[in-house]
Design a protein around this ligand. Structure first.
Ligand SMILES: [Fe+2]
Ligand SMILES: [Fe+2]
Length: 474
């Protein structure tokens, strides 16, 4: 179970026993390193970062923390160990032994699923590329770099599957993963949320809280796959994802905390006064929440989808916590509610549960996001401030699915074009908000110092103090 670090590519898949595969991946490795140099965190090559590195895939395998220059990070291939006798747990092949090779008839579909997941990993590194230059503290700088190297490793995880199981097509797709660029008009990343800019740390924390959480749910659904290598790969990725969600949730929590302190200290909730004091007013944070929530909602796709149905029936992608659900795991007869706009109203209709799997996964994710928002709301509550954060209606600001052609308010009213045009500036960040947030982005690199707009974390990383030198510039 331990990871072999003596090879050029650290791995726990006995890579050395398959020379062809090993050579192919060693050939891809320098291209990855080139990509990291070009698109990884800006001006970071010389920095020594207090990073965790996986030493084994056992639950305590994260024990290893040390200073690492990021280009020397040991990106590798780590799969959760095989579960003896694992079966396909849903769909038409339920009860069959889980597949150790790609079933021929699902080859192109599985490849597409893996490429689409894989593409998000380098995309987020590209989106976050400039943020190190405006970090609010060394603690936060270390955290974003930890997220970045792990997204790089997630790319390795998907590239391993492409190389090991998809032959020549897989190798070509692995190269293309290093060629697309987030936001590039000629060769963009596959999914639109991954072509948005992440221009400031408020956006970064929202992204890791909300969009990495989409990652969690997609990976969890793929961890149920009948294709066992994909399942095992995703299981290990999920352990890394938990830290990304923590970075986002605690980051926003600390921003709220700091603003609430200033509100009480200066006895004001006036956004203009709070901005003059150098903190981010709560309504602006709400606007960023609305934006990231709506853009990420689109990642789940259409509410009703025959693709989602066939992924499920064919045993490729399950539901969240599939094996813990008590039903027939076939969904031939069940129904599931989805929304649509009829005239001026949003109505709920029942559709076949099998075709509504995108919506179901989106709903699971919404529940999880909502739980995080409730935890944030404890902060103003404790401070005696009446403001509460609230997720917008599912139909708000959507570009994919049943609401695409409609304007929906955060409260769920169907709006006319004119009303939307008039009012959407109250709900989504406008240039003025973005410029203000940008104006706060300095660079704090003295150990123990934190930018004015964010509270000091409750504790450090790996039991280190909050004034620990998490990144060395020497
Ligand atoms: Fe990831
Ligand atoms: Fe992530």
């Amino acid at each position: 179970m331990s990871i072999n670090y003596s090879e050029r590519i650290p791995n726990n898949v006995n890579l050395g026993s398959n020379k062809t595969l090993q050579r192919a991946l060693e050939h891809w490795q320098p291209a990855f390193q080139e990509w990291w140099k070009e698109m990884g965190p800006e001006n970071s090559t010389a920095l020594e970062v207090y990073l965790r590195t996986a030493v084994s895939v056992a639950p305590d395998g994260w024990a290893h923390y040390d200073y690492v220059r990021m280009p020397d990070y040991r990106w590798g291939i780590f799969l959760t160990p095989a579960e003896a006798g694992r079966q396909v747990n849903f769909g038409a092949h339920m009860g069959d032994a889980a597949w150790q090779e790609v079933p021929g008839e699902y080859r192109s579909t599985l490849r597409r699923i893996i490429v689409t997941q894989g593409d998000t990993e380098p995309a987020s590194v590209e989106q976050q590329r400039h943020l190190g230059l405006t970090c609010p503290s060394l603690y936060d700088l270390r955290n974003i770099f930890q997220v970045n190297v792990e997204e790089g490793r997630h790319l390795w995880a998907m590239v391993y599957l492409l190389h090991a199981y998809f032959g020549r097509d897989g190798r070509e797709e692995a190269e293309a993963l290093l060629e697309r660029r987030s936001g590039d008009s000629d060769n963009p990343r596959i999914l639109s949320a991954f072509n948005e800019k992440t221009p400031d740390w408020l956006s970064f924390f929202m992204f890791t809280f909300i969009t990495d959480r989409d990652g969690k749910f997609q990976l969890a659904a793929l961890a149920e796959s009948g294709f066992d290598p994909l399942s095992r790969t995703c299981r290990f990725m999920l352990t890394e994802e938990a830290h990304h969600l923590f970075v986002g949730e605690s980051g926003i929590g600390r921003i709220i905390q700091r603003t609430c302190e200033m509100m009480n200290q200066h006895k004001t909730d006036d956004p203009a006064k709070l901005r003059a004091l150098g903190v981010i007013d709560l309504p602006t944070i709400q606007k960023y929440l609305n934006f990231h929530f709506s853009v990420t909602s689109d990642l789940y796709g259409n509410e009703v989808s025959s693709n989602a149905a066939s992924f499920y029936t064919n045993g490729l992608k399950g539901r969240f916590d599939e094996t813990k659900l008590a039903d027939d795991h076939k969904l031939d007869t069940g129904e599931y509610p989805v929304m649509e706009v009829v005239g001026d109203n949003i109505v709920t209709k029942q559709v076949s549960a099998l075709t509504a799997l995108n919506e179901r996964l989106r709903d699971d994710w919404v529940k999880d996001v909502n739980a995080g928002v409730s935890r944030w709301n404890k902060i103003p509550e404790k401070a005696g401030i009446p403001f509460r954060f609230k997720l917008p209606h599912k139909g708000f600001n959507r570009r994919i699915g049943a609401f695409t052609e409609h304007h929906i308010s955060p409260q769920g009213q169907v709006l006319s074009e004119a009303t939307w045009t008039n009012q959407h500036k109250q709900w989504l960040p406008i240039e003025d908000d973005q410029a203000y947030v940008r104006s706060l982005m300095g660079r704090v690199t003295e150990p123990g110092k934190y930018a004015n707009w964010i509270a000091v974390p409750a504790r450090g990383i790996n039991n280190q103090p909050v004034n620990f030198e998490y990144v060395r510039f020497s």
